[in-house]
Write a protein that binds this ligand. Structure first.
Ligand code: ATP
Length: 237
């Protein structure tokens, strides 16, 4: 079964494409990591999937339906949540208010409240700081809040852009372990963009390597980890 199926995706910011004929599949309860050097097109891919950029060509199917031309708020309602690079936490709002923002597109307010409580259970550090403003949080807490806010929308697919950016290895490991747990226990699927190749390949089930907007490898994460030639050519370790 497939939750997300991308085929022949072409995306650009002007006339020249940045993504060329990208194919990608994400099954439920699976972590797929997208790897590649700066400028490979990873962020562009996530922005297209969440409806922020319109593709030039190709198809995006989510849970059997087409996502072409579907506006962002409807994409969220369908079950796809995006945590952007830099995290997008509103610095002036409290933890509680930021989490509430995650539920604004949900029809059922009570469910949004319930989901908020679950986020506090997942991240006790956030519960302790629920009245603190975003700018008072540490980098790790801000990343947890961004993740928590996305989870309030009860997504089936989480798009994560560089969650380890600027975080201590211990916090990164905690976040990766949590993603694994959510996948295994709730069936959540994750598309994980990472510069931290080692930690991404250690948590992911599958990996896709992008180079200059093209998929140059797609395989089980363990296979990518063991492929020295590929690692040297594209992954820098
Ligand atoms: P990074 O890890 O640095 O974020 P990335 O793999 O996410 O890299 P993208 O940010 O998707 O790569 O960029 C892919 C290409 O698209 C790059 O050549 C970049 O210069 C170009 N690009 C990105 N954003 C824009 C934009 N808003 N307008 C024009 N070109 C852009």
């Amino acid at each position: 079964m497939t939750l997300l199926q991308v085929a022949g995706l072409v995306v650009g910011y002007g006339a020249a494409p940045v993504l060329h004929e990208v194919d990608l599949t994400v099954p439920p309860a699976t972590i797929v990591t997208v790897l590649g050097a700066n400028g490979a097109g990873k962020t562009t891919l996530l922005r297209t999937l969440s409806g922020l950029l319109r593709p030039i060509g190709g198809t995006i199917r989510f849970d059997g339906g087409s996502l072409a031309g579907v506006p962002v708020e409807r994409v969220v309602r369908l079950g796809l949540a995006h945590v952007p690079e830099g995290r997008g936490v509103v610095a002036e709002l409290t933890v509680e208010e930021n989490l509430r923002l995650g539920g604004v597109w949900q029809a059922d307010r009570r469910d949004a409240r319930l989901a908020q409580d679950e986020v506090y259970e997942l991240f006790p550090a956030l519960a302790a700081r629920r009245r603190h403003a975003g700018h008072q949080l540490s980098g790790g807490e801000r990343q947890m809040l961004a993740l928590g806010r996305a989870l309030v929308a009860r997504p089936r697919l989480l798009l994560l852009d560089e969650p380890s950016l600027g975080l201590a290895p211990r916090i990164t490991a905690q976040i990766m372990a949590l993603l694994r747990r959510l996948c295994d226990e709730t069936g959540l699927a994750v598309l994980l963009v990472e510069q931290n190749v080692r930690s991404a390949l250690s948590v992911a089930d599958q990996g896709v390597v992008l180079s200059l907007g093209r998929v140059v490898a797609a395989a089980d994460a363990a296979q990518l980890r063991d492929d020295a030639g590929l690692r040297h050519a594209y992954l820098g370790f």
